[in-house]
Design a protein around this ligand. Sequence first.
Ligand SMILES: CC(C)(COP(=O)(O)OP(=O)(O)OC[C@H]1O[C@@H](n2cnc3c(N)ncnc32)[C@H](O)[C@@H]1OP(=O)(O)O)[C@@H](O)C(=O)NCCC(=O)NCCS
Length: 208
Amino acid sequence: MTMAEVKIVEGLDERYIDDALRVVYDAFAKKFRIGFRHADDLRRLFRDSVDTTSCLSALVDGQFAGLLTIRTNGQEFYHLNMGALFTRFSPLRAIRMLLNLLLLADGTKADEFVVDSLAVDPAYQGRGVGTALLRRAEEQAAVMGKRTMSLGVVGENAGAIRLYERLGYRTTQTWDGYLVRLATGSAAVHRMEKAIGDMRQDAGGGRR
Ligand SMILES: CC(C)(COP(=O)(O)OP(=O)(O)OC[C@H]1O[C@@H](n2cnc3c(N)ncnc32)[C@H](O)[C@@H]1OP(=O)(O)O)[C@@H](O)C(=O)NCCC(=O)NCCS
């Protein structure tokens, strides 16, 4: 499959919501077991606490293949407020999620474009879909006048880290320790960043 067959569209069409939910759930199941009691919790969150315009969808031959969710200081895919956390989740889980937010979120800067999450359907992984989503996000960020792309990735996710490094992202901060493990289930979480507006920073130079 070549890159040309991957179509990236802005937003998430209603008809792909269940596919996106499945892909996001599969990709982050381990993480979500910490925060969500049941798959239904995530389903509810997807149905009533997301802004489906704050993301990019990847389609391959008209089939949903992947989702990149966005956070800037003006838009946000997930709308998780305190009320939602404590009414939707058990107190223990709500506290863990809160800890997660407090430990790892340090506010979104005006010139920052956060890749909140990136998930590709396993059936389409390793075929350039994730790369196409990230490149399109960078284009969108540049058009919006943002100067920095940022994302968070757990230390165990060597494959994803390799992909981000290939595209020019570098680790700028690492969180670790007991609280991070409690909140995320991982020993370390890295924040990776890439300056945009200067394409010479792109280490990859295109698809291998
Ligand atoms: C990481 C991920 C988004 C990459 O998307 P993709 O479409 O498979 O990526 P591309 O085809 O554009 O690029 C291939 C690169 O992605 C990475 N990759 C591929 N499959 C992967 C997988 N199952 N898990 C983690 N990384 C993977 C590798 O670095 C790969 O390069 P390599 O062939 O040199 O090893 C996708 O594999 C995925 O959704 N994984 C599970 C969820 C996840 O880890 N999301 C990122 C959280 S920060």
